[in-house]
Design a protein. Structure first.
Length: 283
């Protein structure tokens, strides 16, 4: 199936990035937020990102202008009626996602594919409130979307071969590398990443080493671009805790049990870079 118009639910950090890469690839994009203030912030984020790409010589000013012209902001789900693929990038709340999926199921044409950018929640549960289970999957981008080369496709037991073929063509058109995982919590990346991050926080809480030595050991000993505590701050401590809790609820495996320090830091509002303070201070 040919894709012409892509819908994106949410214009936050992930949604704006998804909208940008789709528009840069030549797709018409409709992106929706819940209020005008959030929508304008998201569109401004896209404009700023494109400006950086121009200044670094990655695209021309004309290409940036053409990209912006392909993006339509909206507050109404009804404006997705002509979309061939909609990618939901709302907050990680299953009830909200199911509500969005159910509404879109009535709005979208029968051929349209509906995907979630969730990093941990069950895609099959979202599909259960629709009549198009064969056309539903996870399309998990990574932050920052314009830079990170990977897409994780999450296939449920309902997703059809035709749908998978279509989204693989879509991913290729964005210039991304694609992997496919079954619909299980954490998929590939987070199922491996979360225990690693939790163990780093536990080591720090136990006083085994300083935060700097933990990060330096991993950076130089394993050739990682950043240490685990720096990465926790980048991802967001609240985001990591949410994913860990979702995975623990599913597996009941102690590898996914968050250390007390991480939970208390989230309760204190120390969420990492986005709050100005996490394992490190960014203020």
């Amino acid at each position: 199936m040919d894709l012409n118009t892509i819908g994106v639910i949410g214009c936050g950090l992930m949604g704006s990035g998804i909208a940008e890469v789709c528009a840069r690839a030549g797709y018409r994009v409709v992106v929706r937020e819940i209020n005008e203030d959030l929508l304008q912030k998201g569109l401004g984020r896209i404009q700023k990102s494109l400006g950086k790409a121009v200044s670094r010589g990655k695209i021309s000013q004309e290409q940036a202008d053409q990209t912006l012209a392909r993006i339509q902001g909206t507050l109404e789900l009804a404006d997705f009626a002509d979309c061939d693929l909609v990618i939901e990038a709302a907050v990680e709340n299953m009830d909200l996602k199911k509500e969005i999926f159910a509404e879109l199921d009535h709005i979208l044409p029968s051929h349209s594919i509906l995907a979630s950018n969730t990093s941990s929640l069950c895609i099959t549960e979202m599909a259960s409130v629709t009549s198009r289970g064969d056309k539903i999957l996870g399309i998990h981008f990574f932050n920052p979307v314009p830079v990170m080369p990977l897409i994780e496709f999450v296939r449920t037991i309902l997703t059809s071969d035709e749908t998978m073929a279509t989204v693989h063509g879509f991913g290729a058109s964005l210039g991304k590398t694609m992997v496919t995982a079954k619909d299980t919590p954490g998929f590939i990346v987070n199922r491996l990443l979360i225990p690693y991050l939790l163990q780093a926080a536990q080591i720090y809480e136990d006083g085994l080493a300083t935060r700097e030595d933990i990060d330096t050991a991993i950076k130089l000993g394993l050739a990682h671009p950043m240490g685990p505590l720096t990465l926790l701050d980048f991802v967001g401590l609240d985001t990591t805790l949410f994913i860990a809790d979702a995975m623990y609820d599913e597996y009941k495996d102690p590898r996914y049990a968050a250390p007390p320090l991480l939970r208390r830091m989230v309760l204190a509002g120390h969420l990492g870079r986005k709050s100005g303070k996490g394992f490190y201070d960014y203020r």
